[in-house]
Design a protein around this ligand. Structure first.
Ligand code: AMP
Ligand code: ZN
Length: 463
């Protein structure tokens, strides 16, 4: 399995440090407002990658931070009079519900900055001890010139960075490119520290929390949007490696932007579409498939037309499964040519996914399976076992891509009522009271329940 590593700038064979286990950290939200489609772009990409690892039977430890201490949240707090933690809690909660609807698997840990101040302080202390950080009147700063490998991820040269920083020179810093680990002074929310009241700078959280939840070992994968490569990820490396003297991350993965007319979709540019609004118009799988049509590293241009056509395509894919599910699994006439083609498409899917998660080409193979099977189904004596096998493979692929129909949320009280009616109908049937059994079936149907009698007893789902 090969993955493009932004650090080595090439597609490398992926070998996790611990056999069978992937330690993965993804930079999380700064929840100062509603999540937008750009966020969905990055988290759907990272989720598909995680799903592929899970499919390959890797155990995945997924850590995703919540940046609840940050200028944008503090500014929002000043504007609204709400506490920063209350604000971030609200927007984070909303985003989690939307991500759940997008079928994004939850992380194992969602560490918040506000709950990890001791770990952050410890790391800053280590950095001072190791000669990588210094204190001034305004805060504690990381001395970028003390870390010889600074710039290794983004490929930037220190002189260029210093030049870029000249405009906003902070007199108290030794070097314009140095960045804050701790900001001193009063603010909307502050914490005690050995350097007085203040709050952490932005970058330190990911180094400190990433290390905490892996017990100080190297991460196999660290992901986030391309915009984070510099300075955020460059600084994460300098902090973690400067404090612990060991490699922070083996493989850096960066997702391409969702753009609007060539510009990154972002809150600050004002060209954003709120995820919640889009999910009122389109089912979540439409958005998922829209993104999967592009490689995770490529930019995607926002197009409502393409989201709508992704909806139609996803529905054809569900339709294929439903159709094939109704067919017999044996009989018909064996078609060796078809079997060869179907095996070729299935192998093709895994081959391109193994090559840096190439979802656009993986989808082409899935469409190939559908075309072959639909044409076989039109024959008088289709090769039923071949279709059944391909359909099972297809279902696995749908799981990997997270393409599933949204499960309707059901109120637990209603669920109990349905279960009890289904049981009553079973009892009526056992007693050969078919009239009552039919009446109950009709009642269930009015409640929007589809009943299926299987070998293992009755099963039900909502319409
Ligand atoms: P933020 O809430 O801005 O800290 O962003 C959270 C994550 O979403 C980061 O990994 C960003 O890189 C990513 N992100 C934000 N906007 C976009 C976008 N337009 N396209 C892709 N990823 C984005
Ligand atoms: Zn981060």
């Amino acid at each position: 399995m090969k993955i493009y590593n932004s650090l080595s700038r090439q597609t490398d064979e992926f070998e996790p440090i611990e056999k069978g286990k992937v330690y993965m950290y993804v930079c999380g939200l700064t929840p100062y407002d509603h999540a937008h489609l750009g966020h969905a772009r990055t988290y759907i990409s990272m989720d598909t990658i995680k799903r592929y690892f899970l499919h390959k039977k890797f155990e995945v430890l997924h850590i995703q931070n919540i940046t609840d201490i940050e200028d944008k949240i503090f500014n929002r707090s000043k504007e609204t009079g709400k506490s920063p933690l209350e604000l971030s809690e609200k927007f984070q909660g909303e985003a989690m519900e939307e991500f759940d609807r997008l079928n994004i698997l939850p992380a194992d840990h969602y560490p918040k900055v506000s709950e990890h101040i001791p770990e952050i302080i410890e790391m800053i202390k280590k950095l001072i001890e190791n000669g990588h950080a210094y204190e001034t009147k305004t805060g504690v700063y990381y001395s970028v010139s003390s870390f010889s490998e600074y710039g290794k991820l983004s490929g930037q040269k220190l002189e260029e960075m210093e030049h870029g920083c000249r405009l906003k020179v902070d007199e108290t810093k030794k070097d314009p490119a140095d960045f804050a680990l701790w900001k001193k002074g009063p603010d909307v929310l502050t914490f005690d520290s050995p350097w007085g009241e203040g709050r952490p700078g932005w970058h330190i959280e990911c180094s400190a929390m990433g290390m905490k939840y892996t017990n100080g070992r190297t991460l196999d994968i660290h992901g986030g949007g391309r915009d984070l490569m510099f300075p955020h990820h460059e600084n994460e490396i300098a902090q973690a490696e400067g404090a612990l003297n060991q490699k922070f991350v083996k493989c850096w993965m960066h997702t391409g932007f969702l753009t609007v007319k060539g510009e990154k979709m972002s809150k600050s540019l004002g060209n954003f579409i709120i995820l919640k609004d889009l999910l009122e118009k389109y089912p979540p799988y439409a958005l998922r498939l829209f993104f999967l049509h592009s490689h995770y590293r490529s930019p995607v241009n926002y197009s409502e037309e393409n989201i709508s056509s992704a909806q139609t395509t996803a529905e054809r894919m569900f339709n294929f499964i439903e159709h094939a599910d109704e067919l017999p699994v044996s009989g018909g006439t064996e078609n060796t040519e078809l079997r060869k083609k179907l095996h070729g498409e299935v192998d093709g899917f895994y081959k391109v996914m193994d090559n840096d998660f190439d979802t656009p080409n993986a989808l082409s193979h899935m469409f190939g399976i559908m075309t072959e099977c639909f044409s076989e189904m039109r024959k008088e004596q289709p090769d039923y076992p071949a279709i059944a096998e391909a359909k099972e493979d297809f279902k696995k692929m749908m799981w990997i891509l997270g393409l599933e129909k949204e499960k309707k949320k059901i109120d637990p009280e209603k669920e109990k009522e349905i279960d009890s009616l289904v049981q009553d109908r079973e009892n009526a049937r056992k007693e050969k009271n078919f009239k009552l059994a039919d009446e109950i079936r009709d009642k269930l149907s009015e409640m929007g329940v589809i009943l299926e009698d299987t070998d293992k007893g009755p099963r039900w789902k909502l319409k």
